[in-house]
Design a protein around this ligand. Structure first.
Ligand code: NAD
Length: 294
């Protein structure tokens, strides 16, 4: 049994913390929102008065927070209060520069740290089947792997500090671009009198094949489990896709990478969000491209 502080018990953090409890760990949790603390308590998490109290006596600290500024602020509050050698795991999706800054704060105080953002959404968090993309030293990763295991389907060590966040935003940039490409093809097919099923049957087994068509087809019918069959209820909300595409653009600007398709995808998802569809699944962008919704 390990004592784990869990800070940020929202839509993702709460089911993740629950899986750590189920695995037999002592979990000390903190969140700013009372309702989230109530849920955590029902799941067997010991509720602490604040983040600093949560890290007291903890061997591992997991954070699952909205953005880089929250992670830096919480690290600023708690890292110095943890015992030397404590392992810090940040699973929030944040910008690469903040992730590296968080590692630096941890290292400065003699802690081990990894950035370990996830994919798999709230369903994966509840099922304990998230994919973790980890960045950090071999030593930190070796200690983190068994802690992540009850929450994970797969854990990939992507490289040094910030490499997990880099992998996450590169992957999601591919996803945003490919969903727009697949959606455009279905809209063009409609105009050309080609059925959805016919395009699916060809493209899902030909050179146009990709996850956005085979597993997450943006029109109802060909892939029964895709959100298109449930009026585009998420799934993966368009607001979160926009967040990740913006992080990719920030990283591209910071690193001097040329990403014109990523920039265009960020722009299209910004328009889709601005018209009130941030809560729709990101595959709903097809309706926006077709001109049906806004
Ligand atoms: P959320 O808003 O539901 O949860 C974040 C929690 O952090 C909130 O409960 C908030 O009160 C808490 N918080 C903020 N500042 C705090 C502080 N100083 N101290 C303690 N708690 C604080 O968001 P979420 O959906 O759980 O997402 C968390 C992270 O995971 C985000 O970075 C998101 O991009 C990423 N993510 C989300 C999904 C998803 O499907 N929801 C999928 C993959 C990755």
């Amino acid at each position: 049994m390990t004592t784990i502080a869990f800070i940020g018990l929202g839509n993702m953090g709460n089911p993740m913390a629950a899986n750590l409890v189920k695995a037999g760990h002592q979990v000390q949790g903190y969140d700013l929102v009372t309702d989230n603390l109530t849920t955590a308590k029902e799941n067997g998490v010991t509720i602490m008065a604040n983040a600093a109290a949560a890290v007291k006596g903890a061997d591992v600290v997991v954070t699952m927070l909205p953005a880089g500024k929250h992670v830096i602020s919480v690290y600023g509050d708690v890292v110095a209060k943890a015992a030397k050698g404590t392992l810090f795991i940040d699973s929030s999706t944040i910008d690469v520069d903040s992730a590296r800054k968080a590692h630096a704060i941890a290292a400065e105080h003699g802690m081990l740290s990894i950035d370990a953002p996830v994919s798999g959404g709230t369903a994966g968090a509840a099922a304990g089947s998230l994919t973790f993309m980890a960045g950090g030293s071999d030593k930190a990763f070796a200690r983190a792997e068994p802690i992540l295991e009850p929450m994970a389907g797969r854990v990939v060590h992507c490289g040094g500090d910030g490499a997990g966040q880099a992998a996450k935003i590169c992957n999601n940039m591919i996803l945003g671009i490919s969903m727009i490409g697949v959606s455009e093809a279905f809209v063009l097919a409609e105009k050309l009198g080609l059925s959805h099923q016919a395009l699916f049957d060809v493209a899902s087994t030909s050179s146009g094949q990709c996850w956005s068509i085979t597993s997450y087809c943006p029109v109802p019918g060909p892939v029964p489990a895709s959100p298109a069959n449930k009026e585009y209820k998420p799934g993966f909300a368009a607001a979160l896709m926009l967040k990740d595409l913006r992080l990719a653009q920030e990283a591209a600007a910071s690193a001097g990478a040329v990403t014109p398709m990523g920039a265009e995808a960020a722009q299209l998802y910004a328009l889709f969000n601005a018209r009130g569809h941030g809560g729709d699944d990101f595959s709903g962008i097809i309706n926006f491209l077709r001109g049906d919704k806004g």
